[in-house]
Structures are given as structure tokens and as C-alpha cells.
Ligand binder design. Structure first.
Ligand SMILES: [Zn+2]
Length: 45
């Protein structure tokens, strides 16, 4: 699960978040969950 800071728009991993969800870069407390882009191959026939 990836998080994205709503203040500085930097992506945060769970390893960078300790107990409280907070941006390790700017200290902003509001982060948004982001899903990593799925790489899906679609065969067009
Ligand atoms: Zn931030």
C-alpha cells in the first residue's frame, strides 16, 4: 500500500510511516492512499 502526501505530493511507503500516519518529508498529517499502477497486458484480437 502506498500513500501520498496531500501537501507535498510525495509518495510514502508503509516503511516510512511509523505508528502515526504522517508525511516524513513535511510532517503533514493528511495522506491519501494510492494504489500502485497495475501492469496489465491485454491482447487485442
Ligand atoms: Zn508531505
Amino acid at each position: 500500500m502506498m500513500y501520498k502526501c496531500l501537501n507535498c505530493s510525495k509518495e510514502i511507503t508503509l516503511e516510512q510511516i511509523s505508528e502515526k500516519i504522517r508525511c516524513p518529508f513535511c510532517g503533514y498529517r493528511i495522506v491519501m492512499k494510492t494504489r500502485p499502477k497495475k501492469i496489465s497486458k491485454v491482447l487485442a484480437r
